[in-house]
Design a protein around this ligand. Sequence first.
Ligand code: C2E
Ligand code: MG
Ligand code: MG
Length: 282
Amino acid sequence: QAKKRGKSCCQFFTTEINTAATEQLALKNLLRRALARKEFQLYYQPIINMESGAIVSVEALIRWVDPELGLISPNTFIPLAEENGLILPLGEWVLQTACTQAKIWNQSNPYPVRIAINLSARQLEQTDFSERVSEILKKTPFPTDHLELELTESMLINRMESSLKTLNTLKKMGCRLSLDDFGTGYSPLAYLKRFPIDTVKIDRSFVQGISIDPDDAAITTAVTTMAHSLKRAVIAKGVETREQLNFLNEIKVDEAQGYFISYPVPAEELTQKLREKSHLLS
Ligand code: C2E
Ligand code: MG
Ligand code: MG
C-alpha cells in the first residue's frame, strides 16, 4: 500500500513538473507569436510630486493579452522572454512605444512628464545598449532627461564593469537612472555608491507596512533621509492608502506611486488624467 502510494506520489510530482515545463515551453512559443501579432500593450501608472500633487512621471508597464489565455502578468512572461531572448526585441518595442507616447503627452501638456521604463538584465548586457537607446531617441526625438531607466540590484550583480560603462554612457547622454525595489537586495548602499543612480524607488513591501509595522515606518524614514543626504531623489512605490501618503509627505519623500493615486491605465486614460490639474494632495 505504502509502496503504491509512494509511486503514485512520485508520478504525481513528475507529471506536475512536466506540466510546468510544457506550459513554459508553450508560453515561450506563444510569446514569439504575440510579438508578431502585436498582442502586447503598455499601461501607464502616474507618479506624483509630493508638494504639488501634479503628475511628474509615468511608469510604462507591459501587458500581454493572449486571445485564449487572457491577461498574462509580466511577472510570468518577462522571465520567459529573458530566457528565450525575446526580451531584446520586446524591450526595444517598449522603449520605442513609451517614448513615442510620452512625446505626444509632452506636446500637449504644459508640464512635461518623464517616462520611466523597466529594463531587463539582458538588455543592459548588450554592449551597444546605449547606442540603441540613442537611436530610438533620435527617431522619436525625445529629450533624454525625460527618460528614466529603472534598474534593480539583481540585474547589476553580474558584469558590473560593463554595466557600469553602459550606465555611465547613458548618464552622459542625459538619461536618468533609478534603482527599483530599493531595500530588497543585499547591499543597496554599495550599488548607490558604485552606479550613477539619480533616484531610489522604495519597495512596496516597506510602504505597505508603514501604518501597521513601526519597523517599516522606521526603514522608510531612514532610507529617505539617507538617500537625501546622498543627493538622490526618493520615490515611494505601492501607496494604497491616504494614511501612507500622509506619512510619506511628512518624511519628505519626493514622489509617490500606487493604487491610491492611480492604477496603471491605458494611454488614453492617462491623457485624461494629465488634463486634470492636481492629484489627491491637500
Ligand atoms: P515593478 O517595476 O516593481 O512595477 C510595479 C508593479 O507594482 C506593477 O506590477 C504595478 O502594477 C504594481 N503596483 C503599482 N502600484 C501598486 C500598489 O499600490 N499596490 C500593489 N499591490 N501593486 C502596485 P506589474 O505591472 O504587474 O509589473 C510587474 C513587474 O514586471 C514590474 O515590477 C517590472 O519588474 C516588470 N515589468 C513590467 N513591465 C516591464 C517592461 O516593459 N520591461 C521589463 N523588463 N519588465 C517589466
Ligand atoms: Mg519599476
Ligand atoms: Mg518589482
